[in-house]
Design a protein around this ligand. Structure first.
Ligand code: HEC
Ligand code: HEC
Ligand code: HEC
Ligand code: HEC
Ligand code: HEC
Length: 464
């Protein structure tokens, strides 16, 4: 464990030193010198050579003994990271725009064994399948992808080392006493640590070094790391049971649901049960409060309502991950006694959250200072990032004009919503009416306010 930590700290140090010492181009040369095989992806193999295809089994082979783990993993997004229609549509654009130069970069994380064996072709990368008939000829992030990783050489851009044990099969895992009739097992402390996930959950632009996705770094800088709570603790929660049908009962068998936030695609692939888990995870991630609410609202006056949104459950920013898409926002409505809405912020218009919505997300910029909505390879800098830090909070204020003739009581309904990407983003990539994005409510609040008439209001005048 200590060894691994030293490596990670060492790598962090090297990275930051080289950032200080050199330009992005120098950084890139350093990266390529480390792992030239699949450049610009940083993956390496233990032999320094491409791994023959027959060394890797299909996950179905593993399922023969690891049936529960297989069922869990099969209903996760990582098992669909190759046939995910959103991924394939963007991959195809990236591949065409870069004339294939980005292919290995994307595939090394989205179909690791596909790249390691050299099976994935440019034709695959440039021809997205139809949305409803995903191809499954190449695996996503599958059993072999994770359980042949024997070391890491960095903390981003897929800097894992994939072991090639020749005809002997060796599976790296978290236990010192696991024995299998089918394969050898090797104890790997790395598999019990967040660094295992870092290689793919930290994405850096391969040419200009812009930090595109930083889930691991967000966690690294959070109180969860110091408390010893890693990715596996929240995304692979242990249960009692055996990990293989003929294996011993374990008190803490690691689950492989890998639920995240993307209920839209989990439901698209028919994984209702895991979508429920993702929903529960989302709902555990935040709280919402009204700060110092007024005792009543005054008709005809401007009032300020302040909301506090706290990231109570996510071990990284809220939201985290895929920056072109992931968005959390506040949808707030004020309605009168008849239910008529007189104030709203956070509605969806033209497939996006309406202008001036209070949202939490990353904005990526291009060399002309324009926002990049889709083509992430054009990014030159982060324009802004107001996502909520782990255990941190955000305050949002609304200045609301209460109508002079409002009928009280007034109901305030506010919810914190999430979607993995906007409907407009999906329509841009896939075409209209292909996939409907699901809006998830993380948490909501409702409060009713009495109305105090203003001095000039008709009711008030009538009394005198
Ligand atoms: C013939 C049955 C069988 C097959 C097929 C099989 N395994 Fe296993 N595997 C086992 C048993 C039994 C264990 C030991 C379980 C224990 O001790 O809790 C095990 C343990 C493991 C471990 C855990 C090691 C550790 O440190 O805890 C990993 C990882 C693993 N297998 C991966 C795989 C992968 C990947 C495949 C498919 C390529 C696979 N297995 C195929 C039976 C099998
Ligand atoms: C304290 C628990 C906790 C820890 C630790 C944690 N997560 Fe999460 N994770 C969550 C919760 C809750 C969500 C759902 C809310 C959200 O999307 O942020 C989530 C969501 C995610 C998502 C989906 C984001 C999206 O919207 O697509 C990914 C990917 C993810 N986590 C990866 C990781 C990785 C990698 C680590 C370790 C570096 C990690 N998580 C550590 C709780 C945790
Ligand atoms: C994204 C990487 C990843 C994928 C994909 C993955 N695993 Fe794992 N697996 C892990 C990690 C990490 C652990 C250790 C978790 C821990 O100790 O908390 C683990 C643990 C295990 C264990 C030991 C469980 C225990 O607690 O004894 C077995 C067996 C296993 N995996 C088999 C599989 C099989 C079979 C598949 C495919 C169906 C698979 N894994 C897919 C990362 C992965
Ligand atoms: C070899 C690369 C790789 C490794 C290693 C890896 N991941 Fe992933 N992970 C991915 C990719 C790619 C996706 C996105 C799949 C998609 O949405 O198409 C993903 C998706 C996820 C999601 C689902 C996010 C969502 O939007 O719902 C979670 C949760 C997650 N990973 C957790 C982990 C954890 C925890 C680990 C470490 C034990 C880990 N991953 C290791 C590549 C990897
Ligand atoms: C270093 C690993 C890595 C590389 C390189 C990488 N990705 Fe990903 N990608 C991920 C992870 C991890 C996620 C999941 C993040 C999350 O759930 O928020 C992801 C998510 C995505 C998604 C969102 C999928 C969904 O359904 O939500 C798309 C689209 C995508 N990647 C496209 C690409 C393209 C195109 C490239 C190449 C230009 C690329 N990725 C390169 C790791 C990587």
């Amino acid at each position: 464990m200590h060894l691994i930590h030293t490596t990670v700290v060492g790598v962090l140090l090297t990275l930051s030193l080289s950032v200080f010492a050199g330009t992005a181009v120098e950084q890139r040369i350093i990266d390529e010198a480390l792992t030239p095989l699949y450049s610009p992806h940083r993956a390496a193999t233990s032999t320094g050579k491409v791994i023959p295809e027959h060394r890797f089994d299909d996950a179905k082979v593993c399922s023969g003994c690891h049936s529960d783990i297989y069922r869990e993993w099969r209903s996760s997004m990582m098992s669909h990271s190759w046939d995910d229609p959103i991924y394939r549509a963007l991959l195809s654009r990236a591949s065409k725009a870069s004339d294939g130069a980005l292919d290995s970069f994307c595939t090394g994380c989205h179909t690791p064994t596909g790249l390691m064996t050299g099976q994935v072709t440019r034709a695959d990368n440039q021809s997205p399948p139809s949305v409803n008939n995903p191809e499954t000829d190449l695996p996503g992030v599958d059993c072999e992808s994770c359980h042949n990783i024997s070391a890491i050489s960095g903390i981003d851009n897929g800097s894992y080392v994939m072991n090639d044990a020749g005809e002997k099969r060796v599976k790296y895992g978290p236990r010192q006493n696991a024995q299998s009739p089918y394969h050898e097992t090797a104890f790997s402390p790395l598999h019990t640590e967040s660094a295992m996930c870092a290689t793919c959950h930290n994405v850096t632009h391969p040419l200009n070094g812009v930090p595109i996705e930083r889930t691991y770094d967000e966690w690294f800088e959070s109180p969860y790391r110091t408390a010893g709570i890693g990715c596996q603790d929240c995304h692979m929660k242990p249960v009692q049971g055996n990990s293989a049908i003929m294996g011993p009962e374990r008190a803490d068998r690691a689950t492989h649901w890998f639920a995240g936030g993307n209920t839209t695609l989990l439901e698209h692939f028919g994984h209702q049960e895991n979508a429920k888990r993702a929903r529960a995870l989302l709902q555990s991630s935040a709280t919402i409060e009204l700060i110092d609410p007024p005792t009543s609202l005054t008709a005809g006056q401007r009032t300020t309502l302040s909301l506090k949104i706290t990231n109570t459950g996510a071990g990284h920013k809220l939201p985290t991950g895929f920056p072109e898409g992931r968005e959390v926002w506040v949808d707030i409505k004020l309605s009168d006694a008849n239910g008529k809405v007189f104030y709203r912020s956070g509605a969806i218009k033209n497939g996006k959250t309406e202008p001036n919505t209070k949202n939490f997300m990353v904005k990526l910029g291009d060399k002309n200072g324009k926002k990049v909505e889709v083509e992430v390879w054009r990014v030159t800098h982060i324009m802004s990032d107001n996502r909520i830090l782990p255990k941190g909070h955000a305050l949002v204020d609304y200045a609301i004009d209460i109508p002079a003739d409002v009928q009280g009581p007034v109901a305030v309904n506010a919810s914190v919503n999430y979607w993995p990407f906007s409907q407009a983003f999906v329509d841009n990539l896939l075409g209209k009416n292909k996939l409907t994005v699901k809006v998830e409510t993380i948490v909501s609040l409702a409060k009713s306010f009495k109305i105090t008439p203003t001095k000039s209001s008709p009711e008030r005048l009538a009394k005198h």
